[in-house]
Unconditional design. Structure first.
Length: 267
């Protein structure tokens, strides 16, 4: 049962980081998200160095590092974008609506739910630490997939910022965006696919399997839902633009080569 106690520690740490969501509820799912992953990775590293996980080796520490890199890159990018980009702040305000209208108890439910989700998402690495088995093929394959996901997501964000700076009146359509319309979301899915794959050969008992698999299904669903909401905003802004319509009709929305072009009904 000790592993569930450890997950409880990670859950509390995530809740502490996600307190920022009481300022703006969207922070529960953005800034709090990234920093939660980072602090859980840091906690795993500290606990391993303290001898709580004596079998932790190079592969484990690489996974801790990936959590830190992922979390700080994501939340740092979102913070900088919000602070420096007035257009993004306006879009964010329109998307989230009036903050004061959300009841406090709803925010509390969101806070607790996000804490559970972020703990579950990172739980595969915790289960490997607890169950043992360092440096297996599954773990190294998972590390490679996660690292590729981080790189892809970072490049996609940089390319989008550069293209929007040149053409603020049009969505990004070049480089990675020629292949898929939401390469950053695809990178996110890849990152968590790697975390999931890295744990598949060491999970024990129904509780561990259910936690890992449900967390993965949820993050994939969240990414598709995010792409759907993004497409809806883009249709509202660019729906009458022939260039945008031609681009959207021929470019997969979230998974390269998968012929899913729209997640909303088209007029």
């Amino acid at each position: 049962m000790w592993i569930w106690t450890h997950l409880g520690i990670f859950f509390v740490l995530s809740l502490l980081v996600c307190l920022c969501g009481f300022k703006k509820y969207v922070y529960f799912m953005s800034i709090g998200y990234g920093f939660s992953v980072a602090i859980i990775g840091a906690a795993m590293a500290v606990m391993s160095l303290m001898g709580i996980y004596p079998e932790a080796g190079l592969a484990h520490y690489l996974q801790f590092a990936l959590f830190l890199i992922y979390g700080f890159r994501l939340s740092g990018f979102l913070l900088i974008r919000e602070l420096k980009n007035a257009a993004y702040r306006k879009t964010l305000a329109e998307a989230t609506g009036d903050e004061s209208k959300m009841p406090f108890f709803v925010k509390v439910v969101m806070w607790l739910t996000m804490g559970v989700l972020y703990t579950a998402q990172t739980s595969g690495v915790a289960f490997r630490l607890f169950n043992g088995g360092e440096g297996t093929i599954c773990q190294w394959i998972g590390i490679a997939i996660s690292a590729f996901g981080i790189i892809l997501e970072a490049i996609a964000d940089q390319q989008k910022s550069a293209q929007k700076a040149k053409r603020p009146d049009m969505v990004a359509t070049e480089q990675l965006y020629k292949i898929v319309r939401c390469p950053n979301y695809f990178g996110e899915i890849l990152f968590w696919t790697g975390v999931t794959v890295s744990s598949l050969d060491i999970l024990k008992g129904a509780g561990q399997w259910i936690t890992v698999i449900i967390a993965y299904i949820l993050i994939v669903f969240i990414m598709f839902n995010g792409a759907q909401r993004l497409e809806k905003r883009q249709m509202k802004r660019y729906g009458n633009n022939a260039e945008y319509k031609a681009y959207a009709d021929k470019t997969p929305i979230i998974i390269p080569l998968l012929p899913i072009y729209h997640l909303n009904k088209q007029a």
